[in-house]
Design a protein around this ligand. Structure first.
Ligand code: ADP
Ligand code: MG
Length: 272
């Protein structure tokens, strides 16, 4: 059974992409088959995995979605890159921003990404979708395709209004398009461990959304070593293996695996 997880927050710079890369590679290091999908026309995930010129790639997510729209599905494996650290990647570049417009006029427009992923998901244990910083049609497509959402937030800049909007969108997609969509959890990122601020924010989140959303017990600490990886083409596990961010992402990986095990136990009919 494959788990599809969207990593979403309409705010930029909260570590969505960093989390997609390092959680994805973390899952691969635990022996899982992982596909990462760059769903942001900025192509930051693509760049951070070492494809420094995404605009020069022959095939990206845009072509795979266009294939669905034109009823000309891509051949299996087509457009899927293999990263040295054991994950597969569907890259993106600026052409994806044109797709956002095409989707608006498409039939079943919210489910185009899902239709594509349905053709490859049997190959993977986990598919992680790195969202763009908006709640537009591409992000709605990721939510329509996902089983769970991970919401990275930067504690210092937590926006209650932004969080409310995101939760509303998730709720709306759940009611209208994808009843199985769950919030896997909120992930506190870039936490300055010298202050108690992260604790206060996670307490505040728990009070405000009481029981509605899980806060991951793993926080991701702030570290310049993590910021360096965006240009390196490799994960934090290789860049700074003994550092606190590598440890945190490894721990988050275990938490995510644990969560899925619990979920399978509670819905045995789905895991068959
Ligand atoms: P998003 O995808 O939400 O826009 P990114 O993953 O691109 O966010 O991260 C935004 C910036 O913060 C990037 O420059 C990234 O390298 C940096 N960053 C991410 N995680 C950390 C961390 N734990 N400590 C310090 N900087 C980080
Ligand atoms: Mg990003």
């Amino acid at each position: 059974m494959s788990h599809i997880i969207a990593i979403a927050n309409q705010k930029g710079g909260v570590a969505k992409t960093t989390t997609a890369a390092n959680l994805g590679i973390g899952l691969a290091r635990e022996g899982r088959n992982v596909l990462l999908v760059d769903c942001d026309p900025q192509g930051s995930l693509t760049v951070s995995l070492g494809y420094s010129q995404p605009d020069e790639l022959d095939m990206t997510l845009t072509d795979l979605l266009a294939g669905v729209l034109m009823d000309k599905p891509a051949a299996p494996e087509q457009g899927i890159l293999h990263h040295a650290e054991g994950v597969d990647l569907i890259p993106a570049n600026i052409s994806l921003s044109g797709m956002e417009t095409s989707l608006v006029n498409a039939m079943s427009r919210e489910k185009v990404l899902k239709q594509y992923l349905d053709t490859v998901k049997k190959e993977y244990d986990y598919i992680l979708l790195d969202c763009m910083p908006s709640l537009g049609m591409l992000t709605v497509n990721t939510l329509a395709a996902a089983d769970g959402v991970i919401i990275p937030v930067q504690a210092q800049y937590l926006s209650a209004k932004g969080m409310e909007q995101l939760l509303q969108t998730v709720g709306k997609v759940r009611r209208q398009i994808n009843p199985k969509l769950k919030i896997a959890g909120v992930l506190l990122t870039m936490v300055d461990q010298r202050t108690n601020y992260a604790r206060e924010v996670s307490d505040l989140l728990r009070r405000t959304y009481g029981g509605k959303v899980r806060i991951f017990s793993t926080d991701i600490p702030h570290s310049v070593r993590a910021a360096e990886t965006s240009a390196e083409g490799k994960s934090i596990y290789l860049h700074d293996p003994k550092g606190k961010v590598a440890q945190a992402y490894a721990q988050l990986t275990k938490e995510v695996i644990q969560l899925e095990k619990q979920r399978e136990k509670h819905s045995p009919e789905q895991s068959r």
